[in-house]
Design a protein around this ligand. Structure first.
Ligand code: NAD
Length: 489
């Protein structure tokens, strides 16, 4: 695998780019590599290649078992190259090496999981209610998939799209984010090495307004799988008004973590820290709203403050570092603006709210005692290391606060009361509820949101179905001529 030059991967070949842009190392703020900017014509070539590979050529004739073996091989290659890919992701996005190494090694398991599922996805035979007919339901690949991912965890977010799409027999054009696309472009070399036929997987990067728009509205695309923010999701839905592609959306969150007084407070404090300060808060499941029972609020905030102030901030490539920079300067500007507005609106800074000294897009772990739930830090997804705190007195209040958001991606509940844990898990409106734990994922478990957090699910057995469509085949088993042609059978 090479670091440079980074190239788009279209129709089984690495393209010499006609245009490039700088990629910035967030830990220094300096450009470190040139990335290819795909044009609309490049997107057209990629989609046409994916369409050819779907309609003709070896992929179409390949058995599901053989497709599964290719996916398993890809998973093995990802795991074997995890160290190299992790260094690249850390360089290009600022995410700490501790996390990129373990996350990318685990991405291998996602491909192995979908590889194993490829030949276990069956159609059906219908015990039809009419004589002399044999009806089967075939599940066919839905078509060319356009996948669009954001900059954070691109290898991971691609695996939950590529894995089921390829297992189902689809072909795919994957657009990496214009922020930090290096690891996904390098991953294309592994796709090539695994031996997927040309055009089955195409990986490119470029800007959303031209390359992303063309890809998701392309007439040959039948399926769009998007991960990103809600405002981009609205643009994607407008794009798909043109091709009417079946679309799933994995979006942002403002996830509540509810801590009851009867919880193991030290364990809960570690989980809250993991939920908001891991990945510098740049995680869709960031537990950015802490709801804590009033009787333990002061004690719990004191613990959190100590833990937050002890976090080792620094070079993301250093394995000892616990929090790296934000991925982009515009992200830090946005966070600073929302924190300033929230403090001006009555929030109290418990810790943070500052930029650590030095270059790079760093921002200190920040806790705001919000007091009121209408502050911008409580309402907006910040995608940064900012925790907003609200207190409650009763379980009913805790539940009302937890659900007081247009988002509904993840949530956490900390309590030693089993019945309460079940009640909260039942009544919280979010796609994921973690009880006495936080930020755990697996290829075996569906993931996705309610409300503004998205449409559809990724992960688990059902995802492959989402990349297929049914075809009902009716076969007349009678030798008799068709009776009355004017009566419906
Ligand atoms: P973003 O929405 O700005 O960009 C995501 C992708 O969309 C990029 O590749 C971008 O180029 C592309 N894009 C932009 N405009 C487009 C257009 N008009 N047409 C087609 N494509 C277009 O997101 P971001 O800032 O890179 O990432 C942060 C967001 O992603 C947060 O909201 C976060 O919560 C969300 N996210 C969600 C999940 C999840 O699984 N639910 C996971 C990770 C991140």
């Amino acid at each position: 695998m090479t670091d440079a030059p980074f190239r788009n991967f279209i129709d089984g070949r690495f393209d010499e780019p006609s245009a490039t842009f700088d990629s910035v190392d967030p830990s220094t703020g300096a450009a470190w590599a040139r990335m290819p900017a795909a044009s609309e014509a490049d997107v057209d070539r990629a989609v046409e290649a994916a369409h050819r590979a779907l309609r003709s050529g070896p992929w179409r004739r390949m058995t599901a078992t053989a497709r599964g073996k290719l996916l398993v091989k890809l998973g093995d290659l990802v795991a074997a190259n995890a160290g190299r890919l992790a260094e690249l992701e850390t360089r290009d996005t600022g995410k700490i090496i501790r996390e990129t190494r373990s996350q990318i090694a685990y991405v291998g398991d996602y491909y192995r999981y979908y590889g194993g599922l490829a030949d276990k996805h069956e159609g059906a035979h219908v015990p039809i209610d009419k004589p002399d007919l044999d009806v089967t339901i075939r599940r066919e690949p839905i078509g060319v998939v356009a996948a669009v991912v954001p900059w954070n965890s691109q290898l991971f977010l691609s695996a939950v799209k590529l894995g089921p799409a390829l297992a189902a027999g689809c072909t795919i054009v994957l657009k990496a984010s214009e922020d930090g696309p290096g690891p996904l472009l390098a991953f294309a070399e592994l796709v090539h090495e695994a031996g997927f036929p040309p055009g089955v997987v195409n990986i490119l990067t470029g800007w959303g307004h031209d390359c992303g728009r063309r890809l998701t509205s392309h007439p040959l695309v039948s399926r769009v799988a998007f991960t990103g923010g809600p405002s981009t999701a609205r643009a994607i839905v407008r794009n798909t008004a043109e091709n009417l592609a079946y679309t799933t959306l994995e979006l942002g969150g403002k996830s509540p973590v509810v801590v009851f007084a009867d919880a193991d407070l030290d364990s809960a404090a570690n989980a809250v820290v993991a939920g908001i300060f891991a990945a510098t808060g740049q995680s869709c499941v960031a537990g950015s709203r802490l709801l804590v029972e009033r009787s333990v609020k002061d004690e719990f905030l004191a613990r959190l403050k100590r833990k937050a102030e002890a976090i080792r901030i620094g070079d993301p490539q250093d394995p000892a570092t616990e929090m790296g920079p934000l991925a982009t300067l515009r992200q830090r500007d946005w966070i600073e603006k929302v924190v300033a507005e929230s403090v001006a609106g009555g929030g109290t800074l418990v810790t943070g709210g500052t930029r650590p000294a030095g270059s790079g897009f760093y921002y200190a772990p920040t806790i705001i005692d919000a007091g009121a739930s209408d502050l911008p830090c409580v309402r907006e997804e910040l995608f940064g290391p900012v925790l907003s705190v609200l207190a409650f007195d009763t379980e009913a209040q805790a539940l009302a606060l937890a659900n007081d958001t247009p988002f509904g991606l993840a949530s956490g509940v900390f309590t030693s009361n089993l019945a309460r844990a079940h009640r909260m898990a039942r009544d919280i409106r979010a796609g994921v509820v973690w009880v006495n734990t936080y930020r755990v994922v697996s290829p075996l478990v569906p993931f996705g949101g309610y409300g503004l957090s998205g449409l559809g699910r990724e992960g688990g057995l059902d995802t492959i179905r989402d990349y297929t469509r049914s075809k009902s085949v009716w076969i007349n088993t009678s030798d008799e001529p068709i009776p009355d042609p004017f009566a419906m059978r």
